[in-house]
Design a binder for this molecule. Sequence first.
Ligand SMILES: Cc1cc2ncn([C@H]3O[C@H](COP(=O)(O)O)[C@@H](O)[C@H]3O)c2cc1C
Ligand SMILES: O=C(O)c1cccnc1
Length: 352
Amino acid sequence: MSLTEIIGKIKPIDQEILDATQEHLNSLTKPLGSLGVLEDIGKQVAAIYGVFKPELTKKKVVIMAGDHGVAEEDVSCFPQEVTYQMVRNFINGGAGINVLARHAGAEIVCVDIGVKVDMHDLPDLVNKKVAYGTQNMTKGPAMTRSEAEQAIMVGVEIVKDLVEKEGITLVAPGDMGIANTTSSSAIIAALSGLSVDKVVGRGSGIDNERLKIKIKAIEKALTVNKPDKQDGLDILAKVGGLEIAGMTGVILGAAAYRIPVIIDGFNSTAAALIAATIAPLSRQYMIGSHLSAEPGHKYMLAYLELQPMLTMNLRLGEATGSALVMSMVDAAIKILREMATFEEAGVASGNS
Ligand SMILES: Cc1cc2ncn([C@H]3O[C@H](COP(=O)(O)O)[C@@H](O)[C@H]3O)c2cc1C
Ligand SMILES: O=C(O)c1cccnc1
């Protein structure tokens, strides 16, 4: 399937189910709207599935791992080897996301979409390598347009298989790629026109001196590549990353195959920005999770009109914030299925 076909497959969520679910929520034993965002999520999820009282979710975290050529500009405080070392950690079950996914009752799949080295000794790692890392975006495009498209399709195909073969009903894309906050900052700067110093942050924890280097690198990448803000694929190819492209594919795949997708922190929201630029309807399938400590994240969420449910100073990525809100999606569904109406419970309803 091509990217154009996938975009064409994305339809609006089911308005009739949305309205019927709203009516059902209004009939439950509570003041109107008093379960707030939980009601919004319940409605959205029902309308995504096109099912009045949906079943509980089968959840999957898809971690995309890729390296960044721009790492050679000294923009991160960790060496690039950490990308593949963390991949090993994901497979062995020891990373933050492994713990939080287990806590949420979700499974994990880890995909090598662009790590600089091969890891043939990890049979559980899904090998979908598009390239051995991106090029240094301060010197030219990070990827070709065709590589970016190929990496998006990796994410799409993975979600398609998970939906069709494993019956998953909820997905969260996660990231691993040293220096990827440099790319994500460039993406929001390119799209919003905000100055780089507003949207940049310390990523994995750089000091003031490196922060200046990082700002310069992003400014240079934008000047050298001149990404077209109307063209999501152009921005992605020029200043994005392979794992960001893979996450964009997971989001577009979720929208095409009609399951909700939880958007995590700075890097997965950068992927969501690209997805929404390429296919605006995909926005209807996104659920916000948390507000990252990375300062540019609030601009991304505002751009997408996504509401973060948690503010916990998380700044890890890997879909850790998404894993934390999975139980809220389950809770929203349980409200739809299990809560009594005024009539059933013999409770007098109010009048406004
Ligand atoms: C051990 C470790 C585990 C991580 N898991 C996610 N990230 C996150 O931090 C990195 C981005 O920060 P920067 O742009 O400053 O390099 C990415 O790998 C991202 O996935 C990690 C980073 C580290 C060091
Ligand atoms: O918010 C995130 O996802 C994030 C922030 C810093 C570093 N890596 C990821």
